[in-house]
Design a protein around this ligand. Structure first.
Ligand SMILES: C[S@@+](CC[C@H](N)C(=O)[O-])C[C@H]1O[C@@H](n2cnc3c(N)ncnc32)[C@H](O)[C@@H]1O
Length: 254
C-alpha cells in the first residue's frame, strides 16, 4: 500500500466508519436473538445497540474519547435524520459543501477555524523589519495573509491551503494585492527553506511532524510561529499572549 493510502487507511475517521460497518452484522444478530427471545426492540433500540457496540469497538481500537461519543450517537442521529423525510438531494448538497470546505480534514485532523484579529496583530508585531517571505501553512480563507500583506507592502505573503473552497475564496480576496499569493496544496510538499517566517494554526495531531520538518528545512535566522498549539518536545523561544486575550502564540528561532 502506498504511504498516501496508508495514511488514509489509518485516519481515525476511516477506522470509525469501518468499525460501524464491522458492528452491523453483530447488531443484526443480537437484535434477531433478542426478538426471538420475545424482547420488544424497535429501530431506535437497534440503533442504540449498534452505537454501544461501535463505541466499545472504538475503545478497543484506542480511538480518542470524543470518537466513543460520536460512535454511540451516530446510528441514532442517522435514524433521526431519516425520520425527518428530507429530500435526498439535500444530503448530496450538504456532502458536497462539506467536501469543498473540509476536503481531507478526516486525514489531516486539521479542520478550518480562523485565528482572528488578535492573533494577526501579535504576528504582525513579531515580523522582522526587513523585507521578508512569509507563509501561512493551512491558510483557510486567507485573512492573516491579506492583513499582513496590507500592513507590509515591502514583503511577500503566501498561503497554502488543501481545501478547494477556502483556497478559491482567498485567491479571489487577494485580487489587487500583488504581495499576497495563495497556492492550493499540501504544506508537507513545500520546502520551508524558501521562507523567513512560517506561521501555523493547525492542531496538536500534526505539531511534532511540523516541527521535525521545520527543523530539517528552515534556514538560520528564520522563525516558526504556531498559534494555540505548542510542541511537546521543544520549549518555545517565544510565548506571547495576544492583546485582548485568547490563545497563546508560540515561536521558535532557527
Ligand atoms: C485552523 S485553520 C487555520 C486557518 C488560517 N491559517 C488562520 O489562521 O485563520 C487550518 C487550515 O489548515 C488547512 N490544512 C490542514 N492540513 C493542511 C495541509 N497539510 N496543507 C495545507 N493546508 C492544510 C485546513 O484545511 C484549514 O483550512
Amino acid at each position: 500500500m502506498s504511504p498516501a493510502l496508508l495514511r488514509i487507511w489509518r485516519a481515525p475517521a476511516v477506522t470509525a466508519l469501518l468499525l460501524q460497518g464491522a458492528c452491523l452484522p453483530l447488531t443484526y444478530a443480537l437484535v434477531w436473538l433478542l426478538l426471538r427471545a420475545g424482547a420488544d426492540i424497535d429501530y431506535a433500540g437497534a440503533a442504540l445497540i449498534q452505537g454501544v457496540l461501535a463505541s466499545a469497538a472504538s475503545l478497543w481500537r484506542r480511538l480518542a474519547a470524543w470518537w466513543l461519543a460520536i460512535q454511540l450517537l451516530f446510528p441514532l442521529a442517522l435514524l433521526g435524520g431519516l425520520g425527518l423525510q428530507l429530500p435526498s438531494w439535500l444530503f448530496l448538497a450538504l456532502f458536497l459543501i462539506f467536501l469543498l470546505v473540509f476536503w481531507s480534514t478526516f486525514r489531516t485532523q486539521v479542520p478550518y477555524y480562523p485565528s482572528g484579529q488578535r492573533a494577526w496583530n501579535a504576528v504582525a508585531a513579531l515580523l522582522p523589519a526587513r523585507p521578508l517571505n512569509f507563509i501561512d501553512v493551512g491558510s483557510g480563507l486567507g485573512g492573516l495573509v491579506l492583513e499582513l500583506a496590507a500592513r507590509r507592502p515591502d514583503s511577500t505573503f503566501c498561503g497554502i491551503e488543501l481545501a478547494p473552497l477556502p483556497w478559491l475564496l482567498s485567491r479571489w480576496r487577494a485580487q489587487g494585492r500583488p504581495n499576497a499569493h495563495f497556492v492550493r496544496g499540501d504544506y508537507e510538499t513545500l520546502d520551508f527553506a524558501a521562507f523567513d517566517v512560517v506561521f501555523a494554526y493547525l492542531s496538536p495531531a500534526v505539531m511534532t511532524a511540523l516541527f521535525k520538518k521545520a527543523s530539517a528545512e528552515m534556514r538560520p535566522g528564520s522563525l516558526l510561529l504556531s498559534y494555540e498549539f505548542c510542541i511537546a518536545t521543544k520549549t518555545p523561544d517565544l510565548t506571547i499572549q495576544p492583546d485582548g486575550g485568547g490563545a497563546l502564540l508560540y515561536g521558535w528561532h532557527f
